[in-house]
Design a protein around this ligand. Structure first.
Ligand code: B12
Ligand code: SF4
Ligand code: SF4
Length: 222
C-alpha cells in the first residue's frame, strides 16, 4: 500500500515524508493509530500547483491549502485514511511528527534542517489511519540523519536579515512583518527571506523566486 500511495502522490510532486504508529495511550488525533506525513522536498509541487491554479477563480482564498487538501484528500479517500492539514485548527504538531518520522532537527530559524533538501521543504498534509497500513514497517526505520547545522561555521542564516528578526532567542514575528510590509521590505516580499536564502546548503532545491514570493504573500498579506 505504501508504494501505491507514494505513486499517487508523485503525480502531484508530493512525497511520503515518513510515518509512525502512535503509542498506546498517546495523545493522538481521534481514531488514529498511525500517521503518514506528506510533503515535498524542493520545488517539486510548484508546476502541478500552478496548472491547477490557472483553472481556479483568481480570488480563491488560501489556494495552496485548498490544492493540498484536494489532492491529499483524494489519496486518503482511496486508501481509507483521514487527511489532515498543517493549517487545520487547532494546529496539529506537524514539526513534532516530522522530527519523529524523519529524525530531523530544527535549524536556528526553526525550520527543520533536512540532509538533502536543506531548508527547502515543507509538509502539506498527513494521512491518519485507524490501523497501521500495510508496509508501514518499511518506512519506520530508525533515522539519524546528519544535522548540517552542527558543523556550519558562522551560521549565515542568523546574519542576513535587515532587521535581525531571527536570533538565538527565536523569531521576532512582528519585527519581520513590519519590515516586509514596509517599502524597504519589497526584496523580502519579491525574493524571499534573506536568512533562509543565506543557508549554503541544498542550492539545487531552492524554491524559485515566484514560489518564494507566493509564500511571502501568504505569510504577510497586505
Ligand atoms: C503558526 C505557524 C507559524 C507562525 C508561528 C507563530 C508562533 N509564534 O507560534 C508564523 C506565522 C510566524 C510562521 C511563519 C513561518 N512558518 Co510556520 N507554521 C505555523 C503552523 C501553522 C503551526 C505551528 C504550531 O503551533 N503547531 C502546533 C504545535 C503543537 O506543533 P509543533 O510541531 O510543536 O509546532 C512547533 C513549531 O511550529 C515551532 N514554531 C513556532 N514558531 C515557529 C516559527 C517558525 C518560523 C517555525 C519554522 C517554527 C515555529 O513551535 C511550535 C510549538 O512548539 C505550522 C504547521 C503546524 N501545524 O505545525 C507551520 C510551520 C511550522 N511553518 C513552516 C514554515 C516553513 C514557516 C515559514 C518559514 C515560511 C512560510 N510559511 O512562509 C514562516 C517564517 C516566516 C519567514 N520570515 O520566512 C513549516 C515548517 C516546515 C519545516 N521545513 O520545518 C510548517 C511546519 C508548515 C508546513 N506547511 O510545513 N509559522
Ligand atoms: S546557515 Fe548553517 S546553521 Fe543556518 S540553517 Fe543553514 S546549515 Fe543550519
Ligand atoms: S522575511 Fe525579511 S524581515 Fe522577515 S526574517 Fe526574513 S529577511 Fe528578515
Amino acid at each position: 500500500m505504501i508504494a501505491e500511495i507514494s505513486s499517487q502522490l508523485a503525480g502531484n510532486g508530493l512525497i511520503l515524508r515518513g510515518g509512525f504508529a502512535f503509542a498506546p495511550g498517546e495523545d493522538a488525533p481521534a481514531d488514529a493509530q498511525s500517521v503518514l506525513l506528506v510533503g515535498h522536498g524542493g520545488p517539486s509541487i510548484w508546476p502541478h500547483f500552478e496548472v491547477w491554479r490557472e483553472r481556479q477563480p483568481p480570488n480563491l482564498a488560501d489556494p495552496l491549502d485548498t490544492w493540498s487538501r484536494e489532492v491529499i484528500g483524494e489519496v486518503a479517500a482511496r486508501f481509507g485514511a483521514r487527511a489532515v492539514s498543517p493549517s487545520d485548527r487547532p494546529y496539529l504538531p506537524f514539526q513534532q511528527w516530522a522530527k519523529r518520522a524523519e529524525g530531523l532537527k530544527p535549524s536556528p530559524l526553526g525550520i527543520l534542517m533536512h540532509p538533502e533538501f536543506g531548508l527547502w521543504h515543507a509538509y502539506r498534509g498527513a494521512l491518519l489511519f485507524a490501523t497501521s497500513p500495510d508496509g508501514l514497517e518499511q518506512i519506520i526505520a530508525v533515522r539519524t540523519p546528519i544535522h548540517l547545522c552542527d558543523g556550519c561555521d558562522g551560521k549565515p542564516c542568523l546574519n542576513a536579515c535587515p532587521v535581525d528578526a531571527y536570533s538565538r532567542d527565536g523569531f521576532d514575528h512582528q519585527a519581520c512583518l513590519k519590515h516586509v510590509r514596509s517599502p524597504a521590505g519589497i526584496r523580502c516580499m519579491d525574493q524571499g527571506c534573506f536568512d533562509r536564502n543565506a543557508c549554503p546548503y541544498a542550492d539545487a532545491h531552492r524554491y524559485s523566486p515566484a514560489q518564494q514570493a507566493f509564500h511571502m504573500r501568504a505569510f504577510a498579506p497586505r
